[in-house]
Write a protein that binds this ligand. Structure first.
Ligand SMILES: [Zn+2]
Length: 346
C-alpha cells in the first residue's frame, strides 16, 4: 500500500505520538562516565581541548563520581596521570598507583557505583606507547628489513612494541586494580592475547568474579587527540598503528572481537563510536555479549567547538550523537556527556 493510503507523517504529529512509536530510547543507565585522576589535593584542572572535562585529584574525583551517581549514572571509568613515568609502567600496577588510590576512595564513599578500570600502559610509560618498547632487530622486523637494507643490528634505527612482554605488565595492572576495588577490568592496549593473560592472572589471584570489558575493536584514530592531552599519553615517537586497528577494516574488527570472546571477554567495546557506527552495528548483529561504544574525546571536542561558535545547537547534537550510538546497537556508552545527558533525560 502506498500513498495516499499510507502516510508516514500520521505518526509524527505530536511529541506524544512520536514518543509512542520511538524505536530507540536513551537512559542514564547506559552511561559510563570517564574520569582522569591526577596527584594532589583539591585539583580540578580543565583540559584545554575538552572544555568542561578536568584532571581531578582523588578528593575531587570522589565528588565528581558522587554527582554522576546521584544523576543515575551507574558507572565511571578511571584513567590515571601518574607522578612519574618509566620504561615498565610502574605507576600502572603499583599498589599506591593513582587509579588504585582513586578506586579505594570512591569505593569507600560510593560502594554501589560500578568502577571500570582502564588497563593500558601508555599513560605510565616514559615513551607513551601502550606496550614495552625495544629496539627492533632485523629478525623482528622481518620483511621490512629487506625493503630497507640500511637497518642492521649494529645500527638500530627502528623500534618495536613487544607484544608478549607487555602482557605480563597488563595482567599485573589488572590484578592490582581489581584488588583496589575496580569492579570491571577494561584493557585498551590492543596487544594480542591480553584478554586471556588478564583472565588467567585474575583467576590465579582468586578474582574469578571480576569481569573483563575488552576494548576489542579499537581503531588507530585521529579522534583521540584531545584525550592524549587529558591523559598526557602522546607517544614520544612513532604512532600506534602497529597495534591499534586500521580504520578501513570491519571484517578484521569482527575477528578481533571473536578472539577476545574466545579468550574470556565478558563484554566488548568498539572505539571510537560515531565514525565507526557500522562496526557497532555489525558487532551487534554478530555477537550476543553486552556491547559498549566509546564516544571519544575528539567526538566531544568537535561538538564543543562548533557549539562555542554557535554553529550547532549543543544539547541537540549531544543527544542526537548519543542516540545514534545507541541505535547502532551499543547498550553501554562511555561518554564525557554522561552527567549532562542524564540531567536532560531526568
Ligand atoms: Zn594505551
Amino acid at each position: 500500500m502506498a500513498f495516499p493510503i499510507t502516510r508516514l507523517r500520521r505518526l509524527r504529529q505530536s511529541e506524544q505520538m512520536r514518543s509512542l512509536v520511538r524505536e530507540t530510547r536513551l537512559t542514564p543507565e547506559a552511561f559510563v562516565y570517564p574520569l582522569f585522576v591526577t596527584p594532589g589535593k583539591g585539583v580540578r584542572k580543565e583540559v584545554r581541548s575538552m572544555p568542561g572535562v578536568c584532571n581531578l585529584s582523588v578528593d575531587e574525583a570522589v565528588k565528581e563520581a558522587r554527582e554522576a551517581h546521584s544523576l543515575g549514572v551507574p558507572a565511571i571509568i578511571l584513567f590515571g596521570l601518574p607522578e612519574k613515568k618509566d620504561e615498565v609502567a610502574t605507576g600502572a600496577w603499583a599498589e599506591d598507583g593513582i587509579v588504585q588510590q582513586a578506586a579505594r576512595a570512591i569505593k569507600r564513599e560510593l560502594p554501589k557505583l560500578v568502577i571500570v578500570g582502564d588497563v593500558c600502559l601508555c599513560e605510565y610509560m616514559s615513551h607513551g606507547h601502550c606496550g614495552v618498547v625495544r629496539p627492533a632487530t632485523p629478525q623482528s622486523l622481518g620483511a621490512a628489513v629487506a625493503e630497507r637494507p640500511s637497518v642492521t643490528t649494529d645500527r638500530v634505527t627502528e623500534y618495536e612494541i613487544v607484544n608478549d612482554a607487555s602482557l605480563e605488565l597488563l595482567a599485573r595492572t589488572s590484578v592490582s586494580l581489581a584488588r583496589a576495588g575496580v569492579d570491571i577490568i577494561a584493557p585498551s592496549d590492543m596487544m594480542d592475547g591480553r584478554v586471556g593473560a588478564i583472565r588467567k592472572a585474575l583467576d590465579a589471584a582468586g578474582l574469578i568474579n571480576t569481569p573483563i570489558l575488552s576494548y576489542a575493536a579499537k581503531f588507530a584514530s585521529g579522534f583521540y587527540g584531545p584525550f592524549r592531552e587529558a591523559a598526557d599519553s602522546t607517544p614520544q615517537f612513532g604512532d600506534r598503528r602497529s597495534y591499534q586497528m586500521d580504520g578501513a577494516n570491519v571484517r578484521e574488527a569482527m575477528r578481533e572481537i571473536e578472539l577476545d570472546i574466545e579468550e574470556g571477554a565478558d563484554m566488548i567495546m568498539v572505539k571510537p563510536a560515531l565514525p565507526y557506527l557500522d562496526v557497532i552495528a555489525a558487532a551487534r548483529a554478530r555477537f550476543d555479549l553486552p556491547l559498549a561504544a566509546y564516544q571519544v574525546s575528539g567526538e566531544y571536542a568537535m561538538i564543543e567547538a562548533a557549539a562555542r561558535n554557535n554553529w550547532i545547537d549543543r544539547e541537540r547534537v549531544m543527544m542526537e550523537s548519543l542516540l545514534s550510538i545507541r541505535r547502532a546497537g551499543a547498550s553501554i556508552i562511555l561518554t564525557y556527556y554522561a552527567k549532562e545527558a542524564a540531567k536532560l533525560l531526568a
